[in-house]
Design a protein around this ligand. Structure first.
Ligand code: HEM
Length: 407
């Protein structure tokens, strides 16, 4: 008994050190954005009158799930909703909202996740002309170039130095996208968002696991959550959570994955990935600094554009490539990624007060989508609900309207 307790305690301590050894490093102020507005930022960053979308008519019903069974609250044939899911999602909304109220004074509320903006970049999303016929669907139906905003972030819930190893995120908001909309929690009218992170999976891949992480870490302590992972035989998740965090050379140099699945038309299920294709790469500084990731992007975009291939990976086998567990990596051998578009980030000045404000004002969500690219699977069902709820809360606390950029 004594022996078992010792092993458990040691495992908990190792787990805690692995995860929090980095996370508890000094917090720093957000990426030294300068006051000069920059020339280009002035034109692109401007939001037009009527862009407040707080009052947009939306339906909370999951009515567009009627694709298959015609009933409100139905599911696509690819999904399977566990009985307790709605309660767990509601629970997460309440816990995270309370945490945000405690973490930030009114008027200065940041995102609960990915609060550190590393750069808000103007971009173009270019749909490929030579897409296989069966993939010419929704946004990808015709070759076209769309304006986009990209927000690059660090995942940690607190704003900390870039020296601290972390997962990085990229939110791509494509504008001027016409077509039938996904209607659940989607207040935006003409956007298509793609949200990706710098790791192929979300190790907390089910609503149940994510809920446990939120509940035990916040209401008790992260140690209790890791102990729970250990005793439930999920030590590998702790290892994955550690592997996710890295010191990258630059957010423009690395690959990102959606980790969660999306519908593609009516019959296909896909995941997304973007792969860097720029001509240059940044160098990892010999001495890392608090804002080296933003510094490296600034240097890159001062003289060279950046680019990524936007790829989709089709689900080939529902067991080996599950929809309901984002913790399982879909084998690229079995289903290679196929390029369907490019993301082009032109030379620009982005470290401006105006861009920093835009990064705070924007809301990204898997729900901001055409019906053809609707989010599916448990983690996405949770995100659709939680992102809208917490983004509204964040904007309300900051006395700001929700906005939809038009260009
Ligand atoms: C149930 C699971 C998840 C929860 C509860 C959650 C929670 C959140 C929240 C609250 C935000 C801030 C929203 C806002 O205030 O605008 C956020 C942002 C973000 N999340 Fe998640 N998340 C989950 C899963 C994921 C997954 C699987 C990914 C992988 C792609 C991801 C990537 C991101 C990124 C990149 C952002 C920043 C978007 C931006 O720049 O605004 N999240 N998440």
């Amino acid at each position: 008994m004594k022996h078992t307790s010792m092993i458990l305690l040691t495992a908990m301590l190792i787990a805690a050190l692995m995860i929090f050894g980095c996370a508890n490093a000094n917090s720093v102020k957000e990426a030294g954005f300068r006051n000069d507005p920059g020339t280009e930022g002035k034109q692109r960053g401007k939001l037009e009158a009527g862009d407040d979308v707080s009052q947009n008519d939306i339906s909370d019903e999951r009515y567009n799930m009627q694709i298959t069974d015609g009933k409100l609250g139905g599911v696509t044939p690819f999904e399977n909703i566990p009985a307790d899911e709605d309660r767990q999602i509601k629970d997460m909304k309440t816990i995270l909202q309370e945490k945000m109220s405690k973490d930030y004074p009114e008027g200065q509320t940041k995102r609960d996740a990915h609060p550190k903006n590393l750069g808000c970049l103007q971009a173009e999303f270019i749909v490929e002309p030579d897409i296989p016929a069966e993939l010419k669907v929704g946004l990808f139906a015709f070759p076209q170039t769309y304006p986009a905003w990209v927000r690059i972030s660090s995942a940690s819930g607190k704003i900390q130095s870039d020296k601290v190893k972390d997962l990085r995120g990229i939110g791509i908001k494509i504008m001027g996208v016409r077509g039938e909309r996904y209607k659940t929690q989607n207040e935006e009218k003409e956007t298509q968002d793609f949200i990706l992170v710098s790791y192929p999976t979300m190790p907390l891949g089910t609503v149940n696991l994510f809920h446990d992480a939120v509940y035990y870490s916040i209401e008790w302590s992260p140690l209790v959550f890791f102990a729970r992972l250990v005793v439930t035989g999920n030590f590998h998740i702790i290892n994955e959570l550690r592997k996710m965090r890295q010191n990258q050379t630059s957010p423009l140099d690395i690959r990102y994955w959606s980790t969660t699945p999306y519908l593609y038309g009516t019959d296909l299920v896909v995941k997304y990935s973007i792969i860097p294709t720029s001509n240059i790469k940044s160098v990892l500084p010999s001495k890392l600094t608090d804002h080296y990731l933003t510094d490296n992007m600034e240097k890159h975009l001062a003289e060279h554009e950046a680019s990524f291939d936007f790829m989709i990976q089709r689900q080939k086998d529902p067991d080996r490539m599950p929809v309901e567990d984002a913790g399982v990596e879909w084998s690229e051998k079995e289903s290679p990624f196929i390029k369907v578009a490019s993301l082009r980030i032109p030379i620009q000045v982005f470290r401006t007060r105006e861009r920093a404000e835009l990064a705070e004002d924007l809301s990204f969500s898997p729900a901001h989508s055409l019906i053809e690219h609707r989010p599916i699977g448990g983690i996405n069902r949770a995100r659709v609900d939680i992102y809208r709820f917490l983004s509204e809360f964040r904007h309300k606390q900051n006395n700001k309207p929700l906005i939809e950029p038009r260009r």
